[in-house]
Design a protein. Sequence first.
Length: 645
Amino acid sequence: MNLNIKKIFAKQIDPLSADEKMQIIESSSKQVGPGVFYSTIIVVTSFLPVFMLTGMEGKLFHPLAWTKTFILLVDAFLAITLTPVLISLLLKGKLKPEEANPITRFLEKIYTPILRVCLTWRKTTILLNVVALVIGGIMMTKLGSEFMPPLDEGSLLFMPVTLPDVSNSETKRILQVQDKIIRSVPEVVHVLGKAGRANTATDNSPISMIETIILLKPQNEWRKGITKNDIINELNAKIQIPGTTNGWTMPIINRINMLSTGIRTDVGVKVYGQNLDTIYAFSQKIKKELQGIDGVKDLYVEPITGGKYIDITIKRDEIGRYGLSIDDVNAVVESALGGMKLTTTIEGRQRFSVNARYGQDFRNSLVALKRLQVQTMQYGTIPLESIADISLSDGPPMINSENAMLRGTVLFNVRERDLGSTVTETQKKLNALLTKLPKGYFIEWSGQWENQIRANRTLKLIMPIVILIIFMVLYFTYHSFKESLITMITVPFALVGGVFMVYFYNINLSVAVAVGFIALFGMAIETAMLMTIYLNASMIEMVKEHGNSKETLNPSIIRKFVMDGSTKRLRPKLMTVSVGLFGLIPILWATGVGSDMMRPISIPLIGGTITSTIYVLLITPVVFEIIKERELLRKGKIELLDVKE
């Protein structure tokens, strides 16, 4: 702020004249305009990794990134255009210096002695921050990882898998037994189960796959101290029916997983090859290796063998003797076993097919099938066994193929442990087994792990580019490599607070947490840039008053103006941080559907905002003073940046 503006603000009696008002507006616009422009670029650039996300994570977080970007762009436009106009209309009367504000005096009264201590014990202050950074790095290695935080849908999906040759009547009995047991748990309000496929071409579920939707009561009506995992464990312990393998998930995420990866559990190991028997045998070996690993739940092999087929082989010589054709015999088999469509009834907008087939007593065993009567022209009715061989044979209940190769799958969910460490341990355990795979056979990891690898790969690819772009923006702001580097050093110290908060809240690293750190990244750079600009402005004032040489400057003068630049405009610095901080804190106490997703985003933001503010207010002046003192000792003068007032 130049001397003319200082004199205007020092006025306490006379109201502002039109010329003085215009001087304030022009001076403020020159100072604020470039800062608004560069800070907007930095924050928008920091969200580039979110824009680069694809798949489910992209669809989920793209609206957040677009909203933030549009708000910043409109905000920057209004700050440059509308704000000066409003100031010219509303700025009236006499102005008081900022030191006259009681909030500013209170904040400076607390901040100034703390900053003075940090500047006095510079090495100790930097060492403490380095120790905190090292501790944060150690904590980072202890955090678990997952693709996305589990979203509590308020319901459960129970998906037991039975043997592939299960009958309709047995499936119906299992459904009734399971529903009765599930309904006995006090937290369950409603149960609805189905077996087989729905009336849609997109559902290829066999009759052996059961889906039971379990609606739960509101959490405040649950037994005291019980969690959703406790409910799942209790239900899983009660429902242990021989011949079935239990599986637990939630309805929405189950459909998303099946549509995006073809896997209905959290993780799946796909085994590819040319022979179903070999694939199934190797899948069983994988299942055996994975049993007992902590976190692996609902482990089973997708059945690709063991299906039962009725083979009816027509005796061509015999049907010729009876004057029958192959179509005659096939028509009898079709109407007896599969049913034959006779007609369609129309009732308003509804249409119903009318089918006819033999009663169950005539087709429920091989003996009954052999006695099916076939009508002939000359010999009346004859049993089916006289003109066809009827037998049972084994075969695949369903043939799965992917990328033009046969596929088998080992499926499991992950509970009571993070996804990343669980899959890493399973991969290590399978390394020796994979060397025994026959030629032409290979495995592929799928499910949530597949999504997590894709998201991590995208973030690792784009983050270095983002850091480079932000560094270039800072360089064009300061025209100094050193000042840009000082601002960039803020980032790891800002992340420390985020890591601490994530660690103590026991949250796993996920895409949602990564989005929180990305938002924190831009905020930390913006805050540090604001502090550096004020410190540089203070250096310019120092040179104007004392000159710029070793003869006129000394460390005490440098410290005086570093203190002045740090405390100057302390209130708006804290306001910038507090607005974002207070807007995020209520999310910590949010409940209901969606809070599980928002909390992992806000927690690193809250912790990182606190530590980055501490670093910017205390450590940035320390580092800045050290650099300016070394410039004075080495070159005999202080380098001034090309910062316009």
